[in-house]
Design a protein around this ligand. Structure first.
Ligand SMILES: *Cc1c(COP(=O)(O)O)cnc(C)c1O
Length: 350
């Protein structure tokens, strides 16, 4: 790939995917039956690999969907009876609440990008709390500490967490929530078209108790099949294979997280010294570890100049579309690409 791609999704894919696609073809994965032993073995292997590399607990089930958006609907239709409570400070969290609203009753807490999530602000009559851990639109994040506080203060409620742009880059404390989901085209460095959902024993029990089974992607249906290492419909087997192979050669998540943190520290230093560019989120503790949103007077100009040098920066998103540009800090990005981008900003002046 000649361009250095820093778009925060769809984003740069791991460079060994071409090799794995060839391998998948040669080994018959592209036309494998999803009830066959070959597929079931792949499903077993990918679960084992995700438990090993991302530290997913043994008793959490791992499911495949088509996207993170699909998880918004699954949670609303299959895990919510009375209402879901949504905390958000950006576009993805807000969209999640509006999708849920079409299906169930919703209550909301909107908070500022420079504020800590207000954990005590939970409406009564809520079954499930919904948190966007890494808000890709403004590059803010909710810490594991905040999730643990929510967990402590909300006994009996489920907690669902959108980790679409942090899964695979940040060490997640899976025990502090019940449903974790994302899709592979961000931090997992793969082509789009596959979603992952990680579900606690409590969430499984809740899904079974509710027993919602009217839809093709009803959670009980997905869980029944996953228990047999199968899926309810013909899945994106190639995507699952690529996830398996890329995770197999990945370092464990603590090492990946350290690599990204070191890069982020270097970005902090760089952008402190870059005239006319500053972080949208002011407090360092509230900033995402995997996406940067940077404010500047003319994001268009920065992006155009960068593109001339073969560097693709991400557009701003939602309310921040015109005032920011974004940079992915995802593991598939190569050190030499990071160097090239840093070098561009070292020379940049408005
Ligand atoms: C990209 C993104 C989504 C949507 O992902 P899809 O795979 O397109 O459904 C949802 N939430 C967050 C935080 C995202 O970054």
């Amino acid at each position: 790939m000649s361009q250095a791609n820093f778009y925060p999704g769809p984003s740069r894919v791991y460079s060994n995917v071409t090799e794995y696609i060839y391998e998948a073809y040669m080994e018959g994965y592209m036309s494998v039956n999803h009830r066959s032993e070959q597929f079931m073995e792949l499903y077993r292997n990918v679960k084992e690999e995700l438990r090993k590399k991302l530290l997913v607990p043994e008793d959490y089930e791992i499911l495949f969907t088509s996207s993170a958006t699909e998880s918004w609907e699954i949670i609303a239709q299959s895990l919510t009876t009375a209402a879901s409570h949504h905390f958000f400070n950006g576009s993805f969290g807000e969209k999640w609440s509006s999708y849920a609203e079409q299906i169930t009753k919703v209550t909301k807490t909107q908070f500022g990008i420079n504020e800590k999530l207000p954990t005590s602000d939970v409406a009564s009559g809520t079954d499930i709390l919904c948190i966007t851990q890494n808000e890709t639109s403004n590059a803010s994040m909710v810490s594991m500490e905040v999730l643990r506080t929510l967990r402590r203060e909300n006994d009996g409620k489920l907690i669902a967490v959108d980790v679409t742009s942090s899964l695979g880059g940040v060490q997640l404390d899976f025990g502090s929530a019940d449903v974790w989901y994302g899709s592979v085209q961000k931090c997992l460095g793969l082509p789009a078209g596959l979603g992952v959902m990680i579900v606690s024993p409590n969430a499984v029990a809740r899904a079974v108790r509710i027993g919602e089974n009217k839809r093709y992607n009803s959670l009980v249906r997905l869980l029944d099949n996953a228990a047999k290492n199968q899926t309810s419909y013909t899945p994106n087997v190639l995507g699952i294979y690529l996830l398996y192979r890329t995770q197999q050669v990945s370092k464990s998540i603590d090492q990946v997280e350290t690599k990204l943190k070191n890069r982020m520290d270097a970005y902090y230093e760089l952008f402190q010294q870059t005239e006319g560019i500053s972080f949208l989120v002011e407090q360092e503790a509230l900033r995402s570890a995997t996406v940067l949103a940077l404010t500047t007077s003319s994001p268009e100009e920065v992006k155009t100049l960068a593109l001339d040098r073969g560097i693709v920066l991400g557009n701003g998103y939602g309310p921040w579309k015109k005032s920011t540009f974004r940079i992915a800090n995802f593991p598939a990005i190569k050190t030499k690409e990071v160097e090239k981008m840093r070098d561009f900003f070292r020379r940049y002046s408005p």
